[in-house]
Design a protein around this ligand. Sequence first.
Ligand code: XMP
Length: 513
Amino acid sequence: MDIKKESILILDFGGQYSQLIARRVRECHVYCELKPYTMTAEDIKKGGYCGIIFTGGPNSTYEEDAPKCDPQLFQLGLPVLGICYGAQMMAQMLGGKVRSSDTKEYGKTEIECNTSSLMFHAAKDKTVCWMSHTDYISEIPHGFKITAISEACPVAAMEDIKRRFFAVQFHPEVQHTQEGMLYLQNFLYNACGCTAEWQMTSFVTDTIQQLKKKIGDKKVLCALSGGVDSSVAALLVHKAVGQQLTCIFVDHGLLRKDEGDQVESVFRKQFDMNLIRVNAQERFLTRLAGVTEPEDKRKIIGEEFIRVFEEEAKKLGKVEFLCQGTIYPDVVESGVGEAAVIKSHHNVGGLPKDIGFEGLIEPLRDLFKDEVRQAGLALGIPDFLVFRQPFPGPGLAIRIMGDITAEKVAVLQEADAIMREEFINNGLDKCVNQYFAVLTGVKSVGVMGDGRTYENTIALRAVTTDDFMTADWARVPYDVLEKISNRIVNEVGDINRVVYDITSKPPATVEWE
Ligand code: XMP
């Protein structure tokens, strides 16, 4: 099966839920691509899509330089669904009118819909959906019918069944829209004629076949970190070409306790991979000696990582391909605007493309994170790797405030291992998205036995989040915190105080550096 045979195009107008729309479409087992709204009708035609969705966006359609799609797009004969801003833009471009209202309609809103319309087929006629708008469609274009209303919104939905154009003022992709998935399915299956064939097992078998063809008898190199993305990417290539793949695992000595050994054991023993582990802690610590600035640490580790990788790669002679665990959110271009750089992220996947390879192999380029996990499970990667919490490329270096030494790394590894063990024992690993210990660099006075101590402070960080762009501190039960605190002070040397970080993101970030 060609996975892209049945593909939906999502044009991004800068809405905060754009990626969520794409995930929902894939949850309906339909493959989709998110592209900037500037894509031309000609390119869309070439893409062979079977339907188009317009996302929401922050603009007003009547602003002078408000983003607009290529008007020719409406001549392609493809079904179109406009959401929020996308709905208003569609209305305006096709001859309707959009107005600004004095009141904003925001949050859960009751709508009444016409269940004989295609969009609301088999839906309830009165239901709750999620609205977030000030502008509204005041006049529908010729050929359209109003199919839903709310108290404040005269056109909560409209459709032109002849041309298969649909528009909804609310957000069907958001969980609070009770029947949102049904509306999306109606659009995908009934308007676009999709057959819901996008499945993870077929993705895995298809990708392995495609990789076999692409790689032939050539060699591939992969930087393996033990993170889920690079693991799944490497394993797909391994299943395709076996020992033609060499994985280099640069252990910078800043991993969590025992992590290096676990990664080595899974890939060498369980999967019989051709794996080179480079134990480079000394080398990294030498370069990091005396460095205290977070950004400097990140840059040094990123550079040194590339250097070690290059040295090892050279030893292997000619290798034609580089395999990377790039995933869809890394490649997707946003429709509008640019984000400020808060931290220069380092990813082991982020190797320079000019180090002498003929080509790149990126088997996960089309997948979202949860889909990568499903692929990992389908490939037989153990749960502890597939569901591993995120771990930053620079590792513990950005969880040790101030300069880094081997002793500090060892202390933090012990404290962090205790925290993780207690989270798992108490089932918190299932509901807290990321949790770890930080060596704060603060010393304080304490008393142990009859003596004065002047020792280090460990901070515990635990957050709940959907996307790591924003996060809340996890409400961890006091008795679990107490147990972790007692154990750290008693079992790890040099620590006499444990604190819990109760800051959300923003204003803080998840990591301390
Ligand atoms: P912040 O600290 O920016 O972290 O709120 C958000 C998420 O990103 C992870 N993180 C990184 N991941 N390389 C990575 O691959 C990095 O350099 C990096 N820095 C932060 C962090 O652990 C959290 O999950």
